[in-house]
Design a protein. Structure first.
Length: 324
């Protein structure tokens, strides 16, 4: 039996700037303390968790194995809910990319991993920014197109005339609670919805611009540890995202449940379902309020380590999800 090569990557949650980042506006995203782990080894057949790999249903695996000349077996475990805006797709791509690099005998190189993970994301969802891939590869806190962070620059990625300057940013100690609506909402259709709106409406374009401004004010507050202002910016961001049409009544319900005990709350990720995030000093109370309104709450530590090699697979649910 050939040996397993195992790697993991964290999920992420966006605290400001989703959707507008697709248009090259600023965003701030934090690595979550939930991970996907992937093991890979040479095999006689392509298998995913013991079943024949259906590449047509697994765009990430199809993309990431495009240069392999032999069959491989993959196993995946995850404690990141799928299709919920917490970066399961980018974390899958990052962990698979790193496990494959290890199998090839290559030293881990973040820049290569982010290109691979972003490529896999595009293959799966068709459109989008390299924000999620950057957070799941590098971990910690990530700023995209934030002026003044050039001395912490990680990489510059451009595509179709858009440019994303990605930097490492400090994550002060803050408590976030995630509320999951339980509605699965893949990213691609939400990104397309905003693109269609922006292509026919100056108003939508102005909203995207305004999310960028709010994100910069929120980043300044994050830097100073000013949770009140950051919370206010999150609330404004949620309103702007709602105007863009990517919230839904279940997300609004969980945001409203969290707000009385939070500095701010907003949808996180692509919206249309999935998760919201609240910034609070009272995480248990916020978690109870979310659960009382039918959501699933996770108290989240921000700033986890990025993609890394592992010595074994953890216990945890098998992750076969994609079919985006
Ligand atoms: C999804 O986590 C974030 C979006 O901005 C899409 C993207 O940046 O690719 C909605």
């Amino acid at each position: 039996m050939t040996e397993w090569h195992t790697a993991s990557a964290p999920g992420k949650f966006v605290i400001l700037g989703e959707h507008s980042v697709v248009y090259g506006k600023p965003a701030v995203v934090l690595a979550a303390d939930r991970r996907i782990t992937c093991g890979v080894r040479r095999g006689r057949r392509n298998l995913l968790n013991g079943e024949p790999m259906e590449f047509s249903r697994q765009p990430h695996f199809r993309y990431l194995t495009r240069n392999l000349r032999h069959a491989v077996e993959f196993v995946t475990r995850s404690d990141i809910p799928a299709g919920a805006g917490l970066g399961s797709s980018a974390a899958l791509a990052a962990s698979v990319a790193l496990a494959l690099e290890s199998m090839a005998g290559n030293d881990p190189d973040e820049r290569k991993l982010v290109d691979e993970a972003y490529g896999a994301e595009l293959a799966a969802q068709g459109n989008g920014s390299p924000m999620d891939a950057s957070a799941c590869v590098h971990g910690g806190g990530i700023g995209v197109n934030i002026p003044g962070t050039e001395n912490r620059k990680l990489w510059r990625i451009s595509r179709n005339g858009r440019v994303w300057n990605v930097s490492d940013v400090d994550v002060p100690k803050m408590t976030f609670v995630i509320g999951n609506t339980g509605i699965r909402a893949p990213t691609g259709p939400q990104v397309d919805k905003v693109r269609r709106y922006a292509s026919r409406s100056n108003f939508a374009t102005e909203m995207i611009e305004e999310i960028g401004n709010v994100t910069l004010s929120g980043y300044e507050a994050l830097r100073k540890g000013d949770v009140e202002t950051l919370g206010r910016m999150m609330i404004t961001d949620h309103k702007l995202l709602s105007i863009l049409g990517v919230s839904c009544k279940e997300l609004n319900k969980l945001v409203n449940a969290a707000l009385p005990f939070s500095y701010g709350a907003k949808l996180t990720g692509s919206g249309g379902g999935g998760c919201m995030v609240a910034l609070t000093d009272d995480p248990h109370r916020v978690a109870s309020a979310i659960e009382a309104r039918g959501g699933t709450a996770y108290i989240m530590n921000a700033g986890s380590e990025g993609a890394r090699l592992e010595t074994s697979l953890p216990d945890g649910p098998v992750f076969n999800v994609p079919v985006i």
